[in-house]
Design a protein around this ligand. Sequence first.
Ligand SMILES: [Zn+2]
Length: 189
Amino acid sequence: MIAFCPTCGAKCEQRVPDRDDHMRAVCTACERVHYENPKIVVGSVATYEGRVLLCKRAIEPRLGFWTMPAGFMENGETTAEGARREAREEAGVEIEVGTLLGVYELTHVRQVMLVYRATLPGPELNPGVESLEARLFEPSEIPWDELAFPTVKWSLQYHAQVGSAETYPVHSNPGDERLPSSAPEGSSS
Ligand SMILES: [Zn+2]
């Protein structure tokens, strides 16, 4: 919730503006309406010779748990560029982004996540400061009980299930599992 006006710093009130049907943060001084919309997360299930890339998180939330390279999209980049950047930042690799694996819509955390298939040019990894370790896992070695987020599990399961078949489903609020409450806002990965 936006408590103070990002433009002038005055207090905001929550109300439905004229000709609108949603509660908005409206500045009590300059009367600007500050819209809040879902954030876009981009990531990839990246493989090399059948092994899948996972990174052990060096940052909260979920420090010490394994994740695929993923994070919030930056302004000015495409979704594929975002997926490439995240792999570069978290695993030190230049992935080749392929087809879309799926879209995860998580309304409870106000996120839409696009997950691509990707391939690595080789087995060399060079994890950045956001990762304690980066590793390629055989499908049978995936640490299912040590994954950082449900979306990682869903993506890996779906990837194992469909392989390279080109389907692009939109998964709206899949499962009953929720992201850890510390995950949604403000985390960069
Ligand atoms: Zn204002």
